[in-house]
Design a protein around this ligand. Structure first.
Ligand code: MN3
Length: 208
């Protein structure tokens, strides 16, 4: 199953400072993310046919085809792996600001303004009760943008949505630096969102 790999972090551990501290990035990536992948490997070890030729996104999209005995484990560990793949990829030390072009237009159309969008995604992320995520997604049927919350490691792919932006609000994502101040972490998260990458994803999803 060498096709499920830990994606290389596209920046150094300290690159996201002062918004996310180096120790948090290192532990989040080398321990939490890696552990989801390790656990996924262990589950699939005895079910090699399930993952044959399928990306993790495909596996989560067709989650009801997974045998019931291991379905929840795939949701948790496969979701944890996929959610973190996306999380690191949409962050950049050169991020922040606003997107441009079609994505900005779409955000303006859907949410009234970029600032309204920010406020709504922030509110949704801060408001997750317990561990989970705030997301900007595109519904695969309507192609409408939506802001949603998920719990634990549940994936938007499993509810027919394609993710654009993810804010991890598990405590492991911010506690070392922000302790209980989740709103501060979420607020500052917008300074490191890689809008070029999000725009690339937007075009890819809309052109599918
Ligand atoms: Mn996490």
């Amino acid at each position: 199953m060498s096709y499920y790999e830990l994606p290389k972090l596209p920046y150094s551990y300290d690159a996201l400072e002062p918004y996310i501290d180096a120790k948090t990035v290192e532990i989040h990536y080398t321990k939490h993310h890696q552990t989801y992948l390790n656990n996924l490997y262990n589950i699939l070890k005895d079910h090699k046919n399930i993952a044959q030729g399928k990306s993790i996104e495909m596996l989560l999209t067709d989650i009801n085809e997974i045998p019931e005995a291991i379905r929840q484990q795939i949701i948790s560990q496969g979701g944890g792996y996929a959610n973190h793949n996306l999380y690191w990829s949409i962050l950049s030390p050169n991020g922040g600001g606003q997107p441009t072009g079609k994505l900005l237009q779409a955000l303006n159309d859907r949410f009234g303004s970029f600032n309204n969008f920010k406020e709504e995604l922030g509110k949704a992320s801060i408001g997750v009760f317990g561990s989970g995520y705030g997301w900007l997604v595109i519904d695969n049927d309507s192609k409408e943008m939506e802001i949603i919350q998920t719990k634990n490691q549940d994936s938007p792919y499993s509810i027919n949505k394609s993710p654009l932006v993810v804010i991890d609000v598990w405590e492991h994502a911010y506690y070392l630096q922000y302790q209980n101040r989740r709103p501060d972490y979420v607020d500052r998260f917008f300074n490191i969102i890689n809008w070029d990458e999000v725009s690339r994803r937007y075009d890819e999803i809309m052109n599918k």
